[in-house]
Ligand binder design. Structure first.
Ligand SMILES: Cc1cc2nc3c(=O)[nH]c(=O)nc-3n(C[C@H](O)[C@H](O)[C@H](O)COP(=O)(O)O)c2cc1C
Length: 334
C-alpha cells in the first residue's frame, strides 16, 4: 500500500482558479496525474499552462511528449507512472456484457483480452465496484472473490502476452435498470432524479432507468470507500492500475452536473462542491494503490463547470501518467 503523504507534490498554485476550486473541495494534497490523448489537446493544454500553475508539469510533459514526434514513435516503449508499456497504443474501454451469472469475468473475456494484449495498454470494460454500481446486463464486477479470481486470469493472460492492463471502475449511479442487477441492489445517485435515457434490459429491449434514491451525506464516504476497495482488489487480481470512469453520465459525472446534482450539502451547489466527490474518490483510490497507478477517464464536462475549466478540448481521455506533481490535474473540458 502506498502512502499518499510520500508522493512528491507540485508548487502551490494560489493564482489558479482551477487549483483554488479544487483546494476548496479538499484536494490540497493530491497527486493524480493525467495524460492528454492528442497533440491538439496537449497544445491547447500547454497554452493554458500559464493560467493553470497546478497543471504546469503535466502540460509540459505532454507537450514535449508530442512535439516533433513521428508516427513510428507509437511503437516505442513508455513508462506511464509505475506501469511499463511495450508501445503507446491504448485500447479504449468497451463494455461487452460477457460476465458470468455472478458478474465474474468469464473464459471468453480472458480470451478477448489475451487477443488484444499487443496494445501497450488495455483499459478494461467498465467494472462495477459494488452491486449498486451495476446498471447493465452482465457487466463484470470487482467486489467478490470470484470476480477477483476471474480478473486474475485476464491479467495473467495479458501479461503473459507482453501487455499491460488497467481496470476501469464504473459506478453507473442512476443510469441503471433494476432488472439488470442483483435484486437487493439499490439505485443511488446524488439526487432523486431519473435519467431520461433508456437502457437495454436483460433481453436487450430499452427500458426507462430507475428513479434513484438520493445518497445521504453521511453515506457518501462509504460509497467512496467502495471505489478504494475495488482498486485494491484490482491490484490483488494483478491489474497494473485502475481508471476511474468519470464520463457518460455515470455516478462521478452525476455529481458534477447541475442536471443530476441538486444537493444542498457539501457535495452540491457550487462547482467546488460538485467536484468534491471526484476529488475524494481519486484521493481514496490513490491512497490505497498509489497515484502512479490511477487514471481518470473524462469527457465533455458540463459547461456549468466552466469556472474550473482551464483547458478547452473536444475530448480528453486520461490515464495513469509518469509524474505526480500536480495537486489536482483534472483537465476538465467543455
Ligand atoms: C461497445 C462500446 C462499449 C463501450 N464501453 C465503454 C466503457 O465501458 N467505458 C468507457 O469509458 N467507455 C466505453 N465506450 C466508449 C469508448 O471507450 C470510446 O471512448 C468511444 O468508442 C469513442 O472512441 P474515440 O475515443 O476513439 O472517439 C464504449 C464504446 C463502445 C463502442
Amino acid at each position: 500500500m502506498s502512502d499518499s503523504r510520500s508522493v512528491p507534490r507540485g508548487p502551490a498554485a494560489p493564482n489558479s482558479v482551477f487549483s483554488q476550486r479544487a483546494m476548496e473541495a479538499g484536494a490540497s494534497q493530491h497527486a493524480i496525474t493525467v495524460r492528454l490523448a492528442s497533440a491538439r489537446a496537449a497544445r491547447s493544454a500547454n497554452n493554458a499552462a500559464g493560467r493553470a500553475p497546478g497543471c504546469t508539469h503535466i502540460v509540459q510533459s505532454e507537450a514535449s511528449a508530442t512535439k516533433g514526434r513521428t508516427m513510428a514513435d507509437i511503437f516505442q516503449s513508455l513508462n506511464l507512472g509505475a506501469i511499463s508499456l511495450a508501445n503507446r497504443v491504448v485500447m479504449a474501454p468497451m463494455t461487452r456484457s460477457r460476465g458470468g451469472p455472478q458478474d465474474e469475468p468469464t473464459p471468453m473475456m480472458v480470451e478477448y483480452y489475451r487477443q488484444r494484449a499487443g496494445a501497450g495498454l488495455i483499459v478494461t470494460e467498465g467494472t462495477q465496484p459494488c452491486p449498486a454500481g451495476k446498471g447493465y446486463w452482465r457487466t463484470p464486477g470487482i467486489h467478490s472473490e470470484a470476480q477477483v479470481e476471474g480478473w486474475r486470469l485476464v491479467a495473467d493472460a495479458v501479461h503473459t502476452a507482453g501487455g499491460a492492463i488497467v481496470l476501469q471502475i464504473m459506478h453507473v449511479g442512476r443510469a441503471a435498470v433494476r432488472a439488470n442487477k442483483d435484486p437487493g441492489a439499490e439505485t443511488v445517485a446524488p439526487s432523486a432524479i431519473a435519467s431520461r435515457d433508456p437502457i437495454p434490459g436483460p433481453d436487450g429491449t430499452p427500458v426507462s432507468p430507475d428513479t434513484p434514491r438520493a445518497l445521504q451525506t453521511a453515506e457518501i464516504a462509504g460509497v467512496i470507500e467502495t471505489f478504494a476497495q475495488a482498486a485494491s482488489r484490482a491490484r490483488r487480481a494483478g491489474m497494473d492500475g485502475v481508471e476511474l470512469h468519470c464520463t457518460s453520465g455515470y455516478l462521478p459525472m452525476q455529481f458534477l452536473s447541475t442536471g443530476s446534482n441538486r444537493r444542498t450539502d457539501r457535495y452540491g451547489g457550487t462547482a467546488a462542491n460538485r467536484v468534491r466527490f471526484v476529488v475524494e474518490t481519486l484521493e481514496a483510490i490513490a491512497g490505497v494503490i498509489g497515484a502512479d497507478r490511477v487514471g481518470l477517464g473524462c469527457v465533455s464536462f458540463p459547461a456549468t463547470l466552466s469556472t474550473i475549466c482551464m483547458m478547452t478540448t473536444r475530448r480528453t481521455r486520461t490515464l495513469p501518467c509518469s509524474t505526480l506533481s500536480i495537486r489536482w490535474g483534472l483537465p476538465i473540458c467543455t
